[in-house]
Design a binder for this molecule. Structure first.
Ligand SMILES: *[C@@H]1O[C@H](CO)[C@@H](O)[C@H](O)[C@H]1NC(C)=O
Length: 228
């Protein structure tokens, strides 16, 4: 009885020590100092279909926080990446995705709120798929050669403590007032109407296409998907 009590105490103590240790584990890892921003950006509109780029066995039973697709109803952030299947009326993925986006215009059920024009919605969805495809080889390298320790994964997946969850919430809140593209140097993003406004969009869209951000996202997704 006494032994069990001591064991339970040790287990609780170990869990607390573990949580306190996260900053050190982050520092010793390959994560960038702003991983909570780069990862939140990579996952804020993640879907099960997107997750299957990394692990074909992924399901909606994941714990990846995302902006609620139905922003005008309920919580701004949901604690999982939902199913978002594209149809097959057209022949190729691209056209089927455009069909999916345009079908939802006016319903505000695509997680972007009501400030985005149809062209901007199309840009957003293909930007995210483009980024996820860019993360794919980083994920594969991490999964095959340098597995992230269980302790570091536990820290990374504790998104309510490390800022990832709050940063996804930041994105959701800013969809109420505009079309934020990145979480830093927030400049007013102009309506996308011509080549000049596209230049500003493009610069902001490319913000997280660097090696550090892609590695952050790859490590997080490895942890989030390793048990599927
Ligand atoms: C993200 O991490 C940075 C650096 O550790 C920290 O200063 C910031 O407060 C975190 N963001 C949130 C939303 O917790």
């Amino acid at each position: 009885m006494k032994g069990a009590f001591v064991l339970a105490f040790v287990a609780v103590f170990a869990a607390v020590a573990q949580a306190n240790n996260c900053p050190a584990l982050y520092r010793e890892s390959n994560l960038s100092p702003i991983f909570n921003e780069t990862i939140a950006h990579a996952i804020h509109s993640m879907t099960v279909q997107g997750l299957r780029l990394f692990n074909p066995r992924a399901t909606a039973n994941n714990k990846i926080p995302t902006v609620n697709q139905n922003l005008h109803n309920g919580a701004k952030v949901v604690p999982f990446a939902p199913e978002d299947p594209v149809g097959n009326d057209f022949y190729d993925f691209t056209m089927n995705m455009i069909d999916r986006v345009l079908t939802n215009v006016g319903t505000h059920d695509d997680g972007l709120g009501h400030h985005w024009s149809p062209a901007e919605r199309i840009v957003h969805v293909f930007h995210m798929w483009d980024l996820w495809l860019h993360i794919q080889p980083y994920y594969q390298r991490i999964a095959s050669s340098s597995p992230v320790s269980d302790a570091l994964c536990e820290c990374l997946l504790d998104t309510k403590s490390n800022g990832i969850y709050n940063n996804v919430g930041w994105v959701a809140n800013h969809y109420e007032s505009g079309t934020p593209i990145s979480l830093k140097n927030i400049v007013e993003i102009p309506p996308l109407v011509d080549g000049n406004s596209w230049k500003i969009w493009k610069k902001d869209l490319l913000q997280y296409y660097n090696k550090e951000s892609l590695t952050d996202a790859g490590m997080y997704l490895y942890c989030a998907l390793k048990d599927f």
